[in-house]
Design a protein around this ligand. Structure first.
Ligand code: EPU
Length: 340
């Protein structure tokens, strides 16, 4: 197939700016092109790796098989009621641009998820969440192409098996589904979600409006999280660990300032940033990688070329957390290819 290219560098397609090369590469801008890519991969017995905005991946130096860049654009209203609207967003759309677009149209609900880097198609994969809202709260459906046979289908929210920074797309059963568009249910009435600790104080309530929530979230993120276009990063490098309430209580007895949050299923979410910060990692640099001085959960690539330089340093950080707190940190972005 003419559009498939060989030996394509991926440095500009991952926000960590790691050196990586796709053995075969196809940028698909329509569902038909995705299906053609799947057929071609099948014919030549190539494994498919889906790539979106590259903002939540750690790429190994070589990605074998076919790297399929999901670059499908489009924003359309597919359902409208008196109070709600369902919009279909192409997987290759910029997430933040879509948040701004929906808000400007008067379709509310995405304000807390402003400024999250990456594409629409990547949003359900890690169930993006910020300031008290997760994308799973708003998903009406996800259109996919099966990477094994090229068949198109629509997944319900239940099919997606969402969890904290988790979904079916990260697991064996759904890893081969290629997301081509996402349906999101929004409100035509103003909604403001300000329960997240630290957000309420930043939202102007004169008047309390989605516009003010949007501005507060943008200001908070800009103050704390480095812009991947300036400082290569993938946002939070580790997930916040979830532990039993009894273990959390033991930790709290020793570390009185440790932030803890009760989850909906009565477990306790710990703050990975706080533990990393407590251990003095903020601002520490190794292998050309630095722990952001503004947020201990973010690793910035200053000069590392390869994934292993980042994962080795991250391994040291998580080993120190394990040694002190007996808590295991899980890496949040997806490791792609062997050699990470
Ligand atoms: N904290 C520190 N040191 C730091 C940074 C934070 O002690 O360097 C403490 C804060 O004082 C606070 C706690 O850690 O008590 C939590 O901090 P924050 O509100 O920034 O949230 P987070 O749990 O570190 C999560 C998400 C972020 C999301 C924010 C806001 C994960 C893995 N990360 O971070 O998501 O923006 O909440 O909702 O759940 C991302 O996924 O890439 C991401 C940036």
């Amino acid at each position: 197939m003419s559009k498939v290219r060989e030996g394509v560098p991926l440095r500009e397609l991952n926000t960590l700016k790691l050196e990586s090369q796709a053995t075969y590469f196809l940028s698909a801008s329509s569902v038909e092109e995705v299906r053609l890519g799947v057929m071609e991969a099948k014919k030549h017995d190539l494994h498919i790796t889906a790539l979106g905005g590259g903002s939540n991946v750690i790429l190994s130096p070589v990605i074998q098989g076919l790297t399929l860049h999901l670059n499908i654009k489009g924003r359309e209203v597919v359902e409208e009621g008196t109070d709600h609207i369902v919009v279909r967003l192409g997987a290759g759309e910029s997430w933040h641009e879509c948040v701004l677009w929906a808000h400007a149209k008067g379709y509310y609900g995405l304000e807390n998820l402003a400024l999250i880097p990456g594409s629409v198609g990547a949003a359900p994969v890690q169930n993006i969440g910020a300031y008290g809202v997760e994308i799973q709260d708003l998903i009406a459906g996800v259109e996919v192409v099966d990477g094994l046979c090229g068949e198109a289908k629509t997944l319900t929210k239940e099919d997606c098996a969402f969890g904290y920074r988790d979904s079916v797309f990260k697991h064996e059963v759904g890893r081969h589904w290629l997301i081509v568009s996402v349906d999101i249910r929004l409100s035509k009435q103003a909604v403001c979600c300000t329960e997240y600790p630290g957000l309420r104080d930043h939202v102007s309530d004169d008047p309390m409006s989605p516009e003010n929530v949007l501005q507060a979230v943008i200001a908070l993120r800009k103050a704390k999280l480095p812009d991947p276009l300036v400082d290569p990063n993938v946002g939070s490098f580790f997930k916040n660990p979830i532990v039993s309430q009894s273990f959390a209580k033991q930790l709290k007895a020793t570390y009185r300032d440790m932030p803890q949050f009760t989850t909906h299923d009565n477990q306790t979410k710990l703050s990975a940033a706080w533990m990393i910060d407590y251990l003095g990692w903020r601002g520490v640099e190794e292998n050309g990688v630095i722990v952001s001085v503004n947020h201990a959960l973010v690793l910035i690539n200053k000069s590392a070329l390869y994934a292993s330089q980042i994962t080795q340093f991250a391994g040291k950080i998580s080993a120190s957390v394990k040694a002190t707190f007996d808590v295991t940190l899980e890496v949040e972005p997806q490791l792609i290819g062997s050699g990470c």
